[in-house]
Structures are given as C-alpha cells and as structure tokens.
Design a protein around this ligand. Structure first.
Ligand code: HOZ
Length: 423
C-alpha cells in the first residue's frame, strides 16, 4: 500500500510533471520519493505520515525565522481579512520599499514583483534599457531563475539533473548570454574585450549558493565592480538568496562591494510569493510608467505577501542578534562536516558540505567533481535520522533562528555518527 506520501506522489505524477511543482523537490538526485508536508513549526517539518524532520532547507531560504513565526502569521491573518488582492497601490508597499532601502541603501528605488525569477528577468531588462546594449555576462553555476536568457549554464535544479541548459530556450536568447567562470577574473576580462561596448550587465550571485555555497575569492567582486565601470556596463547583484540572509544589508554589506542593481526574493517576502528589484535612482527611473522599460504584474506588491515581508524585516531589524546566532550555529555545523573530512564552504548562515576530499570548491567545475552517490547515501541516512537537508549536493544548507544550539549539536552528533560509521 505504501505510506501516505508514496500514495500522494503516485497520484501527483499522473497530474503534475514529475509529481512536483519545482524539479529538485522530486528527490531525483537522491532516490526514493519526496515526503509530502502537512505543516511546519519553528525548525520542524511534519509530513502527512506523522514524521518530523529538522529542516535545513527552510523553503530554500525564506525561513530565516523558522516556520510559522507567530508575528508573521498574525500580520498575514490580519491583512487577509481585508481582502487578498486589489491590483491597486497600498500603504504596505511603500513601507516595504522603505524598509528595503533602510537595509540596503543602494536600493534607492524598488519595484516589487512576485518571484525571484521575475525580479532578475526584469532587472536584466532594465540594464539593457538603460545601457542600450544587449549582452549580459553571467557565471556558470550561478542560478538566476528560469527566464529564457538566464537558463544558460545555470546551477540549482539543472545541476541536480546534470543538464547545463534547458530545452526550449531559443538560440537567439542564449546567444546574448555570455558565460564566465566564477572566481576567474581572466574569463570575465576575455568576454568584456571580445564583446567591447556590447555588455549591458554582469549578473552575479555575490556569494554563489546554487552550485552549493561558493563564496567569492578576495578581490573578485571588487574586480567585477571595476571592470563593469570601465566598460560602461552595470553590475547586478542577484541577492535572492543572500539578501537579508548575510546580514540586513545582504552581500553589499557583507563584502563591502556595491552594485548598480539588486534583486531580492525569499526572505523579503517572509515566506510568501514576493520578490523585488531595485538600485540606483537614475537606472530605476527607466521603469514604466516613469520610463520606457515595461514590467507589470497583477499580483505585484500583493498585500498579503507584503505584510509577511514587512513583519519579517521588522523582526530582523529589531533583533540584530539573530545574525550572530545563525552565523555561529552555521559555523558549528561547518566544523562538524569538516571534522568528517568534507570540504565546507560557509558564508554567514549559508553553508555547503561538498563530497570532494582535499579539494577546494571555487567554481562550477569544482562543484561538478563531487561524489553524488556518496551525497545521496548521506542524504538518505540523515533523513532516516529525522534531519532534512536539501536533496541535492548543489543547494545550500540554511540555518534559521529557530535552530537552537541544542538542535545544532544534535545534528553535529548525527553527522559525526554517520561519517564515523562509514569510514
Ligand atoms: N531551485 C530552487 C532552489 N534554489 C528550488 C525551489 C523549490 O523547489 O522550491
């Protein structure tokens, strides 16, 4: 008969491609079947079969406060009673734009949208409209959502399935996307020189988190800042994962490098479908109705999502100790994985333990060398112990403020027990 999750998965596969609404959820890289979630609270996920998992996926990033934080839930419930969507401006949108600007002063003007994909797609259009140029440079293994022009050597789910590029993307779109090697200045310089005067923007995850976590080498982001300026191109930081995660000011605060355009998602929506793009006033003034770059959305700035975003950012702003706690706990986990002989990359509360022995992971090529079978075995063993890490070597591990020291210590113990047992 199988578990309730198995039954649901079988039913889902008949009606939903692969049984899931986002590929990596299908557990394709680790075998078995996904569990179906019934509810979540704090650091815990509960599935439809009554199992409880300590959750290090945190909905792939938004859950920095843990699940169902009472203040966020209350804010959402309050707004819902007054209507779910109006397609007209609300005071909340202004408040959220101001909060984003207070955290990231470079975001002088902000546009709210519904997903990270939409944010990056729109920001790239703005960069093209502003510069009058067509090409963009991105990095292999950086993921910027699933819009046509950005699905080139993208990380995340595409890496999980070992496909660098998606079918269905017209060649013309892909031709405008130039791909450089992350952390490799020379590869960027060569593309800039070979496409002189044609590059609208360099689009980068300032701390890469979709080929596993790969921090920038010292000087790399500073180099991108310099070379874009020298070539009249814009620098676009995709902070969908790092925004409000590496600190209130995200990667620009964390690294000290400032971009022209930014995209945010995940935390900024407090668990609801909301994202944002923003940046320099003169650049964002290109966006309609102020300027000629068109972008619109019925659910953009949706009041319910905005309420969740405001509540989340206010909690983070009111208690800066959160960042100290989650970073320290991520460090505890890093030490446990390092102790087990894995290569660990960490930036703030984001980390990845790579199944490569004795090698650094600094780019897509390095990440691809990981032992995926060993990862799958580890994943399944952790799941059996009630610990849920992302079902892919190429996604980050997220720590939330709901992961107490005790829970982190238990996880470190489980890591030591697993690797002690197999060595
Ligand atoms: N590609 C997303 C993580 N980087 C997965 C999102 C999801 O499956 O929900």
């Amino acid at each position: 008969m199988g578990s309730r999750s198995e039954q649901l998965y079988e039913k889902a596969r008949r009606r939903i491609p692969g049984g899931v609404n986002s590929p990596v959820r299908a557990f394709g890289a680790v075998g078995g079947h996904p569990f179906f979630v019934e509810r979540a609270q704090g650091p815990w996920l509960y599935d439809v079969d009554g199992n409880r998992y300590l959750d290090y996926v945190c909905s792939w990033g938004p859950g920095i406060l843990g699940h169902a934080h009472p203040q966020v839930v209350e804010a959402v419930q309050k707004v819902c009673a007054g209507g779910l969507t109006f397609g007209a401006p609300t005071a909340g949108e202004v408040e959220l734009a101001e909060l984003i600007n207070a955290c990231v002063p470079d975001a002088e003007m902000v546009r709210l949208v519904s997903s990270g994909t939409e944010a990056v797609m729109s920001a790239v259009r703005v960069a093209r409209g502003y510069t009058g140029r067509e090409k963009i440079i991105k990095f292999a293994g950086n993921y910027h959502g699933h819009s046509d022009g950005l699905l080139v050597k993208a990380g995340s789910g595409l890496m999980t399935q070992s496909v660098p590029d998606s079918a269905g993307v017209p060649e013309g779109y892909a031709a405008s996307t130039l791909t450089a090697v992350y952390n490799d200045e020379e590869s960027v310089r060569a593309l800039m020189e070979g496409n002189h005067g044609q590059v609208a923007a360099v689009v980068v995850e300032p701390v890469a988190a979709n080929m596993g976590v790969v921090p920038p080498k010292p000087g790399f982001l500073e180099f991108l800042r310099r070379i874009t300026k020298e070539n009249g191109a814009l620098l676009l930081f995709d902070e969908v994962i790092t925004g409000f995660r590496l600190g209130l000011g995200g990667a620009s605060e964390y690294t000290g490098v400032h971009a022209d355009l930014y995209t945010f998602g995940k935390i900024v929506g407090g668990g609801m479908p909301l994202a944002a793009y923003g940046g320099r006033r003169d650049i964002m003034s290109c966006v309609a109705p102020l300027g000629a770059v068109y972008q619109a959305g019925t659910l953009s700035g949706n009041p319910v999502a905005v309420a969740a975003g405001i509540a989340t950012l206010k909690i983070l702003m009111d208690d800066p100790g959160i960042y100290e706690r989650i970073d320290r706990r991520a460090q505890m986990l890093s030490e446990a994985y390092r102790g087990a002989g894995l290569t660990v990359n960490r930036a703030g509360s984001l980390l990845s333990a790579f199944f490569v022995s004795g090698r650094q992971v600094e780019n897509y090529g390095d990440a691809c060398r990981c032992d995926r079978e060993a990862f799958a075995a580890y994943f399944n063993s952790m799941l059996k112990r009630g610990i849920y890490v992302a079902p892919s070597q190429f996604e980050a591990m997220f720590v939330s403020d709901a992961h107490s020291d005790e829970l982190i210590e238990e996880t470190c113990g489980a890591v030591a027990a697993y690797f002690g047992g197999i060595s």
